[in-house]
Design a binder for this molecule. Structure first.
Ligand SMILES: NC(=O)c1ccc[n+]([C@@H]2O[C@H](COP(=O)([O-])OP(=O)(O)OC[C@H]3O[C@@H](n4cnc5c(N)ncnc54)[C@H](O)[C@@H]3O)[C@@H](O)[C@H]2O)c1
Length: 293
């Protein structure tokens, strides 16, 4: 018995890295998994691995960054398994550049794949669940998005990626609010793992023989398995940073200071005078980077 027996899942960008690990885990937990990736040979290799372990999977090579591709990927899952239960939005690319050097294509590609891909797949999955719910079915849908600490803290050199990932964290809350009444939960993870995407930074961080590999993408997948399961039915609108043996629950923008002017707008001079009240003991400069243990 697996946590996800009989569930139909779609994992985007699952031919490599974190998505591959997620697809393997969802299949090991009993789900029938559609392994989506624009690189079909990588997707098929993951499908073969799942079949080899006795699981159920199919490959899909639609480009989920277009609405046509995202719709076709969701439709194919429904045509094959009768329905979709779990959508893991994971596919991604990097086109790092400083804000003063980035070109329009680098900006647009990253926004299209991350922000556009998440929105498009969630749109079609949400429409599918809404239709089933309105037909009287007791739906239990799941969306697990992939944000990044780059978007939470604002990493230098990633204006496109950080903007997309911050948008995904925000989109997660919107989707969670909109889809709750149809029986759908929506959460996001912000992973840290050694993959093609991070090999220049993390590639050298290999564990000692027999030691726990903190950067193995397989460490990320169980959080997705839990969020996809019935045991997380009351978890929604949340963002979790996941790395190694740790899961951090994050909370987003919240008020840290307030001044009011008794029924009329401040003048600029009044603001200059009272600004220190807004900051209290806090710095008025750059917000801290929240990375850490
Ligand atoms: N690795 C990390 O530490 C880290 C940190 C934060 C966030 N993330 C996020 O995790 C996700 C997975 O990244 P990864 O590190 O495994 O990278 P990866 O490059 O190993 O895998 C990404 C996969 O997505 C596929 N893909 C790209 N565009 C696609 C599209 N339009 N349609 C379908 N498939 C597409 C690629 O072919 C690739 O196989 C990404 O969203 C990434 O931004 C990763």
């Amino acid at each position: 018995m697996g946590l996800l027996d009989g569930r139909c899942a779609l994992v985007t960008g699952a031919g490599r890295g974190i998505g591959r690990a997620e697809a393997l885990l969802l299949a090991a937990e009993g789900a029938c998994v559609t392994v989506n990736d624009v690189d079909l040979s990588e997707a098929q290799a993951v499908v073969d691995e799942i079949h080899g372990a006795g699981g159920s999977a199919r490959a899909d090579d639609h480009d989920i960054s277009t609405w046509t591709g995202a719709g076709a990927a969701v439709d194919a899952v429904v045509a094959d398994g009768g329905r979709l239960d779990v959508l893991v939005n994971n596919a991604g690319i990097l086109r790092d550049a400083m804000s003063f050097s980035i070109d329009e294509e680098q900006w647009a590609d990253v926004i299209r794949v991350h922000l556009g891909g998440h929105a498009a797949c969630s749109h079609f999955a949400g429409a599918h669940w809404r239709e089933r719910s309105k037909a009287g079915e007791d739906v239990s849908g799941r969306i697990i998005n992939t944000a990044s600490e780059s978007g939470l803290y604002g990493l230098v050199g990633q204006i496109n990626y950080a903007a997309a990932k911050a948008g995904i964290a925000s989109m997660t809350i919107v989707l969670a609010r909109e889809l709750a009444k149809y029986g759908v939960t929506v959460n996001a993870i912000a992973p840290r793992a050694r993959t093609r995407m991070t090999e220049t930074v993390l590639g050298a961080l290999l564990p000692e023989e027999g030691a726990f590999d903190e950067w193995d993408p397989a460490n990320i997948a169980p959080v997705v398995g839990w969020l996809a399961s019935d045991s997380a039915a009351d978890v929604t609108g949340q963002v979790f940073v996941v790395n190694g043996d740790k899961v951090h629950r994050m909370s987003g923008w919240h008020r840290t200071g307030r001044i009011a002017n008794g029924g009329r707008a401040f003048t600029a001079a009044e603001l200059a005078e009272r600004a220190t009240e807004l900051f209290g003991e806090d710095s008025s400069g750059l917000p801290p980077m929240g990375f850490g243990e």
